[in-house]
Design a protein around this ligand. Structure first.
Ligand code: FDA
Length: 306
Protein backbone atom coordinates (compact mmCIF):
# COMPACT_ATOMS: atom_id res chain seq x y z
CA UNK A 1 0.00 0.00 0.00
CA UNK A 2 2.71 2.47 1.13
CA UNK A 3 4.84 1.28 -1.80
CA UNK A 4 2.11 2.09 -4.34
CA UNK A 5 1.49 5.54 -2.79
CA UNK A 6 5.21 6.39 -3.00
CA UNK A 7 5.51 5.03 -6.55
CA UNK A 8 2.43 7.03 -7.63
CA UNK A 9 3.98 10.14 -6.02
CA UNK A 10 7.22 9.46 -7.91
CA UNK A 11 5.35 10.41 -11.11
CA UNK A 12 3.93 13.71 -9.83
CA UNK A 13 5.69 16.77 -11.23
CA UNK A 14 3.89 18.97 -8.64
CA UNK A 15 5.32 16.98 -5.72
CA UNK A 16 8.69 16.91 -7.50
CA UNK A 17 8.72 20.74 -7.57
CA UNK A 18 7.90 20.93 -3.84
CA UNK A 19 10.36 18.21 -2.80
CA UNK A 20 13.21 19.65 -4.86
CA UNK A 21 12.89 22.98 -3.05
CA UNK A 22 12.64 21.54 0.47
CA UNK A 23 16.02 21.79 2.26
CA UNK A 24 15.31 18.70 4.41
CA UNK A 25 15.29 16.32 1.47
CA UNK A 26 18.88 17.27 0.60
CA UNK A 27 20.25 15.22 3.54
CA UNK A 28 18.33 12.16 2.37
CA UNK A 29 19.33 12.70 -1.26
CA UNK A 30 23.01 12.76 -0.28
CA UNK A 31 22.80 9.17 0.93
CA UNK A 32 21.69 7.85 -2.47
CA UNK A 33 22.98 10.40 -5.02
CA UNK A 34 26.63 11.32 -5.67
CA UNK A 35 25.88 15.01 -6.23
CA UNK A 36 24.70 17.39 -8.91
CA UNK A 37 27.67 17.55 -11.29
CA UNK A 38 30.05 15.39 -13.34
CA UNK A 39 32.80 16.39 -10.88
CA UNK A 40 30.73 14.94 -8.01
CA UNK A 41 30.24 11.74 -10.02
CA UNK A 42 33.99 11.48 -10.69
CA UNK A 43 34.89 12.11 -7.04
CA UNK A 44 32.51 9.35 -5.89
CA UNK A 45 33.84 7.03 -8.61
CA UNK A 46 37.39 7.63 -7.34
CA UNK A 47 36.35 6.82 -3.76
CA UNK A 48 34.61 3.59 -4.76
CA UNK A 49 37.41 2.48 -7.09
CA UNK A 50 39.96 3.03 -4.31
CA UNK A 51 37.89 0.56 -2.23
CA UNK A 52 38.18 -2.10 -4.95
CA UNK A 53 34.69 -1.54 -6.41
CA UNK A 54 33.53 -0.91 -9.96
CA UNK A 55 30.96 1.71 -10.91
CA UNK A 56 28.09 2.31 -13.30
CA UNK A 57 27.23 5.99 -13.62
CA UNK A 58 23.72 7.26 -14.32
CA UNK A 59 22.81 10.83 -15.09
CA UNK A 60 19.45 11.38 -13.39
CA UNK A 61 16.41 12.22 -15.50
CA UNK A 62 13.65 10.24 -17.17
CA UNK A 63 10.46 10.61 -19.17
CA UNK A 64 11.79 13.47 -21.28
CA UNK A 65 8.94 15.01 -23.23
CA UNK A 66 10.75 17.26 -25.70
CA UNK A 67 13.48 16.77 -28.28
CA UNK A 68 15.72 19.49 -26.87
CA UNK A 69 15.85 17.86 -23.44
CA UNK A 70 16.54 14.48 -25.04
CA UNK A 71 19.51 15.93 -26.95
CA UNK A 72 20.72 17.62 -23.75
CA UNK A 73 20.60 14.24 -21.94
CA UNK A 74 22.68 12.67 -24.73
CA UNK A 75 25.20 15.53 -24.55
CA UNK A 76 25.50 15.14 -20.78
CA UNK A 77 26.47 11.49 -21.31
CA UNK A 78 29.00 12.49 -23.99
CA UNK A 79 30.57 14.94 -21.52
CA UNK A 80 30.60 12.21 -18.89
CA UNK A 81 32.42 9.77 -21.21
CA UNK A 82 35.04 12.44 -21.99
CA UNK A 83 35.50 13.17 -18.27
CA UNK A 84 35.82 9.45 -17.44
CA UNK A 85 38.44 9.02 -20.16
CA UNK A 86 40.40 12.02 -18.92
CA UNK A 87 40.31 10.71 -15.34
CA UNK A 88 41.32 7.23 -16.62
CA UNK A 89 38.29 5.56 -15.08
CA UNK A 90 36.99 3.86 -18.22
CA UNK A 91 38.09 0.36 -17.20
CA UNK A 92 36.35 0.62 -13.82
CA UNK A 93 33.30 2.68 -14.72
CA UNK A 94 30.56 2.08 -17.30
CA UNK A 95 27.34 3.99 -18.00
CA UNK A 96 23.71 3.27 -17.20
CA UNK A 97 21.25 4.82 -19.59
CA UNK A 98 17.49 5.42 -19.29
CA UNK A 99 16.11 5.52 -22.82
CA UNK A 100 13.12 7.58 -21.67
CA UNK A 101 15.61 10.36 -20.82
CA UNK A 102 16.75 10.21 -24.46
CA UNK A 103 13.19 10.73 -25.71
CA UNK A 104 11.87 7.15 -25.96
CA UNK A 105 8.30 8.20 -25.17
CA UNK A 106 8.49 10.85 -27.87
CA UNK A 107 10.15 9.04 -30.74
CA UNK A 108 11.75 5.57 -30.52
CA UNK A 109 14.09 6.20 -33.45
CA UNK A 110 15.41 9.40 -31.85
CA UNK A 111 16.13 7.61 -28.55
CA UNK A 112 17.92 4.85 -30.46
CA UNK A 113 20.09 7.35 -32.37
CA UNK A 114 21.01 9.20 -29.17
CA UNK A 115 21.82 5.91 -27.43
CA UNK A 116 23.96 4.85 -30.41
CA UNK A 117 25.94 8.11 -30.13
CA UNK A 118 26.60 7.41 -26.44
CA UNK A 119 27.56 3.77 -27.17
CA UNK A 120 29.97 4.92 -29.91
CA UNK A 121 31.67 7.42 -27.57
CA UNK A 122 31.80 4.83 -24.77
CA UNK A 123 33.33 2.18 -27.06
CA UNK A 124 35.93 4.65 -28.36
CA UNK A 125 36.87 5.51 -24.77
CA UNK A 126 37.10 1.83 -23.73
CA UNK A 127 33.92 1.57 -21.67
CA UNK A 128 30.37 0.24 -22.10
CA UNK A 129 26.70 1.07 -21.70
CA UNK A 130 23.93 -0.82 -19.91
CA UNK A 131 20.31 0.11 -20.62
CA UNK A 132 18.21 0.54 -17.48
CA UNK A 133 14.78 -1.09 -17.65
CA UNK A 134 11.79 1.16 -17.06
CA UNK A 135 8.06 0.48 -16.69
CA UNK A 136 6.38 -2.29 -18.68
CA UNK A 137 4.90 0.06 -21.30
CA UNK A 138 8.40 0.49 -22.76
CA UNK A 139 9.91 -2.98 -22.18
CA UNK A 140 9.43 -4.06 -25.81
CA UNK A 141 10.88 -0.80 -27.14
CA UNK A 142 13.94 -1.04 -24.85
CA UNK A 143 14.53 -4.67 -25.86
CA UNK A 144 14.24 -3.72 -29.56
CA UNK A 145 16.70 -0.84 -29.22
CA UNK A 146 19.06 -3.09 -27.22
CA UNK A 147 19.05 -5.65 -30.05
CA UNK A 148 19.79 -2.90 -32.62
CA UNK A 149 22.59 -1.37 -30.52
CA UNK A 150 24.19 -4.80 -30.07
CA UNK A 151 24.69 -5.09 -33.84
CA UNK A 152 27.38 -2.38 -33.63
CA UNK A 153 28.17 -2.47 -29.89
CA UNK A 154 27.74 -6.13 -28.85
CA UNK A 155 28.91 -5.39 -25.30
CA UNK A 156 25.82 -3.23 -24.59
CA UNK A 157 24.03 -4.59 -21.53
CA UNK A 158 20.38 -4.51 -20.50
CA UNK A 159 18.54 -4.67 -17.19
CA UNK A 160 15.74 -7.24 -16.88
CA UNK A 161 13.17 -7.24 -14.07
CA UNK A 162 12.32 -10.53 -12.32
CA UNK A 163 8.86 -9.24 -11.35
CA UNK A 164 7.72 -9.29 -15.00
CA UNK A 165 6.15 -12.56 -16.09
CA UNK A 166 7.94 -12.32 -19.47
CA UNK A 167 11.46 -12.09 -18.02
CA UNK A 168 12.28 -15.80 -17.89
CA UNK A 169 11.77 -15.92 -21.66
CA UNK A 170 13.83 -12.72 -22.11
CA UNK A 171 16.64 -14.28 -20.04
CA UNK A 172 16.57 -17.35 -22.26
CA UNK A 173 16.86 -15.12 -25.37
CA UNK A 174 19.75 -13.20 -23.81
CA UNK A 175 21.82 -15.99 -22.31
CA UNK A 176 24.07 -16.58 -25.33
CA UNK A 177 27.77 -15.71 -25.69
CA UNK A 178 28.69 -12.05 -25.30
CA UNK A 179 25.47 -10.96 -23.59
CA UNK A 180 25.48 -8.79 -20.45
CA UNK A 181 22.24 -8.95 -18.46
CA UNK A 182 21.64 -7.08 -15.22
CA UNK A 183 19.00 -9.01 -13.30
CA UNK A 184 17.03 -6.94 -10.77
CA UNK A 185 13.68 -7.43 -9.03
CA UNK A 186 12.05 -4.35 -10.62
CA UNK A 187 11.25 -0.96 -9.12
CA UNK A 188 7.97 0.25 -10.68
CA UNK A 189 4.28 -0.27 -9.80
CA UNK A 190 3.07 -2.85 -12.32
CA UNK A 191 -0.33 -4.50 -12.82
CA UNK A 192 -0.96 -8.16 -12.08
CA UNK A 193 -1.54 -8.87 -15.77
CA UNK A 194 2.18 -8.38 -16.46
CA UNK A 195 3.95 -8.72 -13.10
CA UNK A 196 4.11 -11.00 -10.07
CA UNK A 197 2.73 -9.16 -7.06
CA UNK A 198 4.03 -10.94 -3.97
CA UNK A 199 7.59 -10.86 -2.65
CA UNK A 200 7.71 -14.68 -2.72
CA UNK A 201 6.63 -14.87 -6.38
CA UNK A 202 9.16 -12.19 -7.37
CA UNK A 203 11.98 -13.91 -5.44
CA UNK A 204 11.15 -17.29 -7.02
CA UNK A 205 11.14 -15.70 -10.46
CA UNK A 206 14.50 -14.07 -9.68
CA UNK A 207 15.98 -17.50 -8.87
CA UNK A 208 14.55 -19.06 -12.06
CA UNK A 209 16.00 -16.20 -14.14
CA UNK A 210 19.31 -16.42 -12.27
CA UNK A 211 19.54 -20.14 -13.04
CA UNK A 212 18.99 -19.47 -16.75
CA UNK A 213 21.64 -16.74 -16.88
CA UNK A 214 24.18 -18.64 -14.81
CA UNK A 215 23.71 -21.80 -16.90
CA UNK A 216 24.07 -19.73 -20.09
CA UNK A 217 27.12 -18.38 -21.83
CA UNK A 218 26.71 -14.67 -21.16
CA UNK A 219 27.84 -12.43 -18.32
CA UNK A 220 25.21 -12.24 -15.55
CA UNK A 221 25.10 -9.09 -13.42
CA UNK A 222 23.18 -9.80 -10.24
CA UNK A 223 21.70 -6.50 -9.07
CA UNK A 224 20.24 -7.12 -5.65
CA UNK A 225 20.86 -6.34 -1.99
CA UNK A 226 18.78 -9.31 -0.86
CA UNK A 227 21.03 -11.53 1.33
CA UNK A 228 19.16 -14.71 0.35
CA UNK A 229 19.47 -14.04 -3.40
CA UNK A 230 23.13 -13.06 -3.05
CA UNK A 231 23.80 -16.37 -1.26
CA UNK A 232 21.97 -18.24 -4.03
CA UNK A 233 24.03 -16.32 -6.62
CA UNK A 234 27.28 -17.36 -4.90
CA UNK A 235 26.02 -20.95 -4.72
CA UNK A 236 25.11 -21.05 -8.43
CA UNK A 237 28.49 -19.57 -9.36
CA UNK A 238 30.10 -22.62 -7.72
CA UNK A 239 27.50 -25.03 -9.15
CA UNK A 240 27.94 -23.78 -12.72
CA UNK A 241 31.73 -23.61 -12.33
CA UNK A 242 31.92 -19.91 -12.98
CA UNK A 243 35.12 -18.22 -11.89
CA UNK A 244 34.42 -15.13 -9.74
CA UNK A 245 35.14 -12.85 -12.71
CA UNK A 246 32.55 -14.61 -14.89
CA UNK A 247 29.70 -12.75 -13.21
CA UNK A 248 29.30 -9.63 -11.15
CA UNK A 249 27.23 -8.36 -8.25
CA UNK A 250 25.72 -4.90 -8.43
CA UNK A 251 24.26 -2.67 -5.73
CA UNK A 252 23.02 0.86 -5.44
CA UNK A 253 25.16 3.68 -4.07
CA UNK A 254 24.32 4.13 -0.39
CA UNK A 255 22.81 0.67 0.11
CA UNK A 256 24.64 -2.11 2.02
CA UNK A 257 28.20 -0.78 1.49
CA UNK A 258 29.69 -3.37 3.88
CA UNK A 259 28.19 -6.17 1.79
CA UNK A 260 29.65 -4.57 -1.36
CA UNK A 261 33.11 -4.75 0.21
CA UNK A 262 32.60 -8.29 1.52
CA UNK A 263 31.75 -9.61 -1.96
CA UNK A 264 34.68 -7.70 -3.50
CA UNK A 265 36.99 -9.26 -0.91
CA UNK A 266 35.67 -12.70 -2.00
CA UNK A 267 37.04 -11.86 -5.46
CA UNK A 268 33.76 -11.01 -7.25
CA UNK A 269 33.57 -7.87 -9.36
CA UNK A 270 31.12 -5.61 -7.49
CA UNK A 271 29.66 -2.66 -9.38
CA UNK A 272 27.97 0.24 -7.62
CA UNK A 273 25.19 2.12 -9.44
CA UNK A 274 26.02 5.79 -8.89
CA UNK A 275 23.40 8.35 -9.91
CA UNK A 276 24.18 12.06 -10.15
CA UNK A 277 22.39 15.19 -11.34
CA UNK A 278 19.63 17.45 -10.15
CA UNK A 279 16.62 15.35 -11.27
CA UNK A 280 16.82 12.99 -8.29
CA UNK A 281 13.17 13.06 -7.25
CA UNK A 282 11.71 9.96 -9.03
CA UNK A 283 14.86 7.93 -8.27
CA UNK A 284 14.70 8.82 -4.57
CA UNK A 285 10.98 7.98 -4.34
CA UNK A 286 11.66 4.50 -5.74
CA UNK A 287 14.40 4.01 -3.10
CA UNK A 288 11.96 5.08 -0.37
CA UNK A 289 9.32 2.71 -1.76
CA UNK A 290 11.76 -0.21 -1.61
CA UNK A 291 12.40 0.14 2.08
CA UNK A 292 10.00 1.77 4.53
CA UNK A 293 12.90 2.23 6.99
CA UNK A 294 14.21 4.88 4.59
CA UNK A 295 11.13 6.93 5.47
CA UNK A 296 12.28 6.94 9.09
CA UNK A 297 15.62 8.26 7.84
CA UNK A 298 13.69 11.04 6.06
CA UNK A 299 11.62 11.73 9.20
CA UNK A 300 14.81 12.02 11.29
CA UNK A 301 16.20 14.52 8.78
CA UNK A 302 12.96 16.56 9.07
CA UNK A 303 13.03 16.44 12.91
CA UNK A 304 16.67 17.50 13.07
CA UNK A 305 15.70 20.66 11.14
CA UNK A 306 12.68 21.56 13.29
P1 FDA B 1 14.70 -6.05 -1.59
O1 FDA B 1 13.94 -4.83 -1.98
O2 FDA B 1 13.93 -7.24 -1.11
O3 FDA B 1 15.77 -5.64 -0.52
C1 FDA B 1 16.56 -6.58 0.18
C2 FDA B 1 17.30 -5.85 1.28
O4 FDA B 1 18.21 -4.92 0.71
C3 FDA B 1 16.41 -4.99 2.18
O5 FDA B 1 15.88 -5.72 3.24
C4 FDA B 1 17.38 -3.92 2.64
O6 FDA B 1 18.22 -4.41 3.66
C5 FDA B 1 18.21 -3.69 1.42
N1 FDA B 1 17.64 -2.63 0.55
C6 FDA B 1 17.03 -2.80 -0.64
N2 FDA B 1 16.67 -1.62 -1.18
C7 FDA B 1 17.05 -0.68 -0.30
C8 FDA B 1 16.97 0.73 -0.28
N3 FDA B 1 16.41 1.43 -1.28
N4 FDA B 1 17.47 1.39 0.80
C9 FDA B 1 18.04 0.72 1.82
N5 FDA B 1 18.15 -0.64 1.86
C10 FDA B 1 17.67 -1.33 0.82
N6 FDA B 1 15.07 -1.55 -11.16
C11 FDA B 1 14.45 -1.39 -12.36
O7 FDA B 1 13.22 -1.50 -12.42
N7 FDA B 1 15.19 -1.11 -13.48
C12 FDA B 1 16.54 -1.01 -13.45
O8 FDA B 1 17.17 -0.77 -14.48
C13 FDA B 1 17.20 -1.19 -12.20
N8 FDA B 1 18.55 -1.08 -12.10
C14 FDA B 1 19.17 -1.41 -10.91
C15 FDA B 1 20.55 -1.44 -10.85
C16 FDA B 1 21.17 -1.87 -9.69
C17 FDA B 1 22.67 -1.93 -9.64
C18 FDA B 1 20.40 -2.26 -8.56
C19 FDA B 1 21.03 -2.76 -7.31
C20 FDA B 1 19.03 -2.18 -8.61
C21 FDA B 1 18.40 -1.74 -9.76
N9 FDA B 1 17.01 -1.64 -9.84
C22 FDA B 1 16.42 -1.45 -11.05
C23 FDA B 1 16.20 -1.67 -8.59
C24 FDA B 1 15.69 -3.06 -8.28
O9 FDA B 1 14.72 -3.44 -9.22
C25 FDA B 1 15.07 -3.12 -6.87
O10 FDA B 1 13.98 -2.24 -6.79
C26 FDA B 1 16.02 -2.78 -5.75
O11 FDA B 1 17.30 -3.28 -5.99
C27 FDA B 1 15.54 -3.43 -4.43
O12 FDA B 1 15.45 -4.81 -4.58
P2 FDA B 1 16.46 -5.87 -3.88
O13 FDA B 1 16.77 -6.91 -4.88
O14 FDA B 1 17.62 -5.17 -3.31
O15 FDA B 1 15.59 -6.59 -2.79
Amino acid sequence: MLRSVLLAASRSSRIERLATKAPVTRDVVRRFVAGATVEDALRTTGELVSRGLKVTLAHLGEDTRDAEQAAAARDEYLRLVAALAEAQFTSAAELSLKLSALGLRLDQRMAQDHAAAVCAAAAAAGTMVTLDMEDHTVTDAICEIHAKLRQDYPQTGIALQAYLRRTEADCRDLSGPGTRVRLCKGAYAEPESVAYQTRLEVDKSYVRCLNILMAGEGYPMLATHDPRLIAIGEDRARWFDRAPDELEFQMLYGVRPAEQERLAAEGYPVRVYVPYGTRWYAYLMRRLAERPANLAFLARAVRSRT
